[in-house]
Design a protein around this ligand. Structure first.
Ligand code: TMP
Length: 244
């Protein structure tokens, strides 16, 4: 519950971050607001905040168990999570196992083409510039991170991909691609931050082959496929029913 102890620090498209009485702990509140195509499309997905908070909490716990440091501390309520305060590295790390989305648009690769080994892509987290794809040279020029940090980010992202791919496989879901954000804690250690949810992953139901019916993620909103809430609910139920 938000009290006078909480000061709003940052409001993003899907979450609000508040300070708490503890300097190294923040409150992350998940919203039902949905945006796509750099907020050109806006809407609301009923219950999304609660579902994404619950899904992310469970996935962060799975990753912690597998040895990945994350910002997750505890889920406080359906839509609220305590997280460690980090300074976010303004790089969106995208991992792709199958071709979809912007990769298909920009390369002509057919939807669903297997990508092996998985592709790791880095985007500049900057809404005004439309989150452009980075090169290593540009990233270093802009001092967004050091080359050591980039190597560490990529290695962590691939390890997270291995863990989540097996986890979702157990759920009967194919992890097509997803986006991660990392931060530095007070010891300058890289830790996984933000969220992992149907907003930030492409997830295909393995019991469906139809390209529209199989979609269980925000592509239902992006591409006006309908039945968004029930798809997110399906993901939540399956995720909560599995542990590594
Ligand atoms: P893309 O194919 O549009 O580049 O998206 C790749 C993955 O990253 C997909 O799982 C959706 C996720 N994503 C975000 O979480 N936030 C974003 O702003 C974008 C563009 C993609």
């Amino acid at each position: 519950m938000i009290t006078t102890h909480h000061k709003k620090l940052y409001e993003g498209k899907a979450k609000i971050l508040y300070s708490t009485e503890a300097a190294d702990v923040l409150l992350s509140v998940f919203k039902d607001d949905a945006t796509a195509f750099n907020a050109q499309k806006r809407g609301t997905i009923q219950g999304k905040g609660a579902m994404n908070c619950t899904i992310s909490s469970h996935l962060f716990q799975q990753l912690e168990t597998a040895g990945i440091p994350t910002h997750f501390i505890e889920q406080l309520s359906e839509t609220e999570m305590h997280v460690k305060a980090v300074s976010i590295i303004p790089i969106e790390v995208v991992i792709r196992n199958l071709a979809a989305g912007s990769l298909c648009k920009q390369t002509g690769l057919e939807l669903g083409t297997l990508i092996s080994p998985p592709l790791v892509e880095l985007y500049y987290k900057n809404d005004e510039l439309g989150d452009p794809l980075l090169t290593l040279d540009r990233l270093l020029l802009m001092k967004l991170a050091t080359s050591e940090q980039v190597a560490q980010l990529a290695a962590m992202a691939l390890k997270i991909n291995d863990i989540l791919t097996s986890f979702f496989q157990e759920c009967g879901i194919t992890l097509v691609d997803f986006k991660l954000e990392f931060g530095l804690d007070h010891n300058q250690q890289l830790i996984l931050a933000d969220e992992i949810s149907p907003d930030t992953c492409r997830l295909w139901n393995q019991s469906e082959t139809d390209p529209s019916r199989r979609v269980m993620d925000k592509d239902r909103f992006r591409n006006d496929l309908g039945e968004i809430e029930s798809a997110y609910q399906q993901v939540m139920q399956r995720v909560l029913a599995h542990s590594l």
